[in-house]
Design a protein around this ligand. Structure first.
Ligand code: HEM
Length: 521
């Protein structure tokens, strides 16, 4: 009897396995069917195991595939196809011209809160509504108000720099900038006054770092290879409210702050959270009453869940990206002393009195600073695998008919280093972004995408740029940067989730500048 049951079970398993293999093989013939060259997939992993192999960066793998297969090719994650597009006319059609057909990112393999309620994960009309509500939060006027908070945190960073100068120690820049950007975004987006710069063991800093390092974990891998597992995890994680330590910590805190802010309606705090609360359904209801609220179209109000989820995603979006941008810009300046000197002269000629604060207006005047940051973002775009879209219907793009639901990846690392678009691409040359170069350039507008492009580009672009510029201006005004001998040069990189990180840090020797003499611009 037992033997019969075992035989039946084994037969059932065998049949299911054969069915699964057939379906997977069919899925993995996708690119053959649409006539696009592709990376030959492994039955279970697709090509994901090659992309995630830690001995190589994802950029190096994609570059190699692109060299072998051309500007448009495909690869599989499990059975899920991704079309990699670096033909710039096609990129423009996807990101801008036919945006209405490519407005979503590919759906997450585990559809869990809070990420599915954020700008990153929302889809279709609700994404449009929430984006329209949140975009004004990052307007220039609002950014000017945020500059105060940014400057306060940058001053703490400089005091840490000063201690290193005093004790003649080199400083590891990446972790220092992570502390600073987390302190900035915590206060601006989450109303948390953190002190991650002074305390590198701060619980939140550790939790956010851990989250980003493990964002692509074994559960995600299983969900990629076996979508059924992803569906199961989505249900479980939402039913059991099972989120990571960092997410729980933030959600709990935000709930308290929202409650406090509501009880204190008169108090005006200038931060991203407050700006979101202005559009909150509960606050509007308090102001105008239930009946009037029901007359306001739902697209004009944010639920508490949406406010919390988006404050959480701003923390993730604003922390690592800007820390990366600052780290690699300082690295490049330490390697190109001529630019460091020229930049110093520009800063001092604009600020005039070095003891005064560097303001939003000051950095807006600094043309070379803008060129240097732009060139650094070309060579080291902080986010390398996140310009992704999904076709909402079968669409002809260039010579390819992209079927509905196909995921698309725009490989910016390759585009930014393609000699077709950037002569001598490995060279650090900020003059590529001077006003005259730009005016005379025939460069394709899609050849430069550090913040993505089109209606779904980076919502925090101005915030990140302002924070990076204020910090760079203050650093270069006060210190000379020399690459320390313990830094591997060029620095090895890793991509734990979607952003590049220096694998073993960037150490810098700092020299305090003698009190500068103001010069005329
Ligand atoms: C140097 C700093 C930054 C860089 C290089 C950067 C880069 C990017 C890129 C490449 C994208 C994808 C765009 C696309 O798909 O076309 C993106 C999206 C996004 N970024 Fe940033 N980012 C930076 C700073 C920030 C900051 C400071 C915040 C928030 C305060 C932020 C929040 C977001 C959000 C929410 C999205 C998703 C937008 C949407 O789907 O509507 N980013 N970012």
């Amino acid at each position: 009897m037992l033997a019969a049951i075992i035989v039946i079970l084994l037969t059932l398993v065998g049949v299911k396995l054969v069915q699964w293999v057939r379906i997977r093989r069919y899925e993995q013939e996708f690119f053959k069917r649409i006539g696009v060259p592709y990376v030959k997939p492994h039955l279970v992993f697709g090509s994901n195991h090659i992309l995630r192999d830690r001995s190589n960066t994802q950029m190096a793998v994609i570059t190699k595939w692109r060299e072998e297969l051309g500007e448009v090719f495909g690869f599989f994650s499990g059975g899920r196809p991704s079309l990699v597009v670096s033909d710039l006319n096609m990129v423009r059609q996807i990101l801008i011209k036919d945006f209405h057909l490519f407005s979503n990112r590919p759906s997450m393999v585990i559809k869990a809160e809070p990420v599915i309620t954020t700008l990153v994960g929302l889809r279709d009309q609700r994404w449009k509504d929430v984006r329209a509500l949140l975009t004004p939060t990052f307007s220039m006027t609002k950014m000017k108000l945020m500059a105060g908070i940014m400057n306060e945190k940058i001053d703490t960073l400089l005091s840490i720099f000063e201690e290193h100068v005093e004790s003649q120690k080199t400083i590891e820049l990446y972790s220092s900038f992570q502390g600073m950007t987390l302190d900035v975004i915590c206060e601006c987006a989450l109303a948390i006054k953190s002190n991650c710069q002074r305390n590198q063991n701060d619980k939140l800093l550790q939790a956010v770092r851990g989250f980003l390092q493990n964002a692509v974990n074994n559960f995600i891998m299983l969900a990629i290879y076996f979508p059924f597992f992803g569906m199961l995890l989505s249900v479980l994680s939402n039913k059991l409210a099972f989120s990571g330590r960092m997410t729980n910590m933030i959600v709990k805190h935000l709930k308290q702050v929202i409650k406090m802010r509501r009880n204190n309606v008169g108090e005006k705090t200038v931060d991203v959270l407050q700006m979101m609360l202005e559009a909150s359904e509960t606050i509007i209801e308090e102001k105008v009453g239930k009946e009037a609220l029901s007359a306001i179209p739902s697209r004009k109000v944010l639920s508490d869940n949406e406010i919390i989820a988006n404050a959480w995603v701003f923390l993730l979006g604003g922390f690592e990206t800007t820390a990366n941008a600052l780290t690699f810009t300082c690295y490049l300046l330490s390697k190109h002393k001529n630019y460091q000197d020229q930049l110093y002269h520009e800063i001092i000629s604009v600020v005039k009195d070095p003891t005064c604060a560097v303001t939003y207006e000051h950095v807006s005047e600094m043309k070379l600073l803008d060129q240097i940051l732009s060139e650094s973002l070309r060579l080291y775009p902080p986010v390398v695998t996140f310009i992704i879209r999904e076709a909402s219907e079968d669409t002809q793009v260039g010579s390819v008919t992209i079927p509905k639901n196909t995921g698309i990846l725009i490989p910016i690392w390759d585009i930014h280093r393609d000699p077709k678009h950037w002569p001598d691409p490995e060279k650090f040359d900020p003059s590529r972004f001077s006003a005259s170069s730009k005016a005379n350039s025939t460069r394709h507008p899609m050849a430069y995408l550090p913040f993505g492009a089109g209606p779904r580009n980076c919502v925090g672009m101005r915030f990140g740029q302002l924070e990076a510029k204020l910090a760079l201006a203050k650093i270069i005004l006060n210190y000379e940067l020399d690459l320390a001998p313990e830094t591997e040069d060029p620095p090895p990189l890793t991509v734990p989730s979607v952003a590049i990180n220096p694998a073993r840090g960037i150490f810098m020797a700092l020299r305090r500048r003698s009190t500068p003499t103001p010069t005329n611009p």
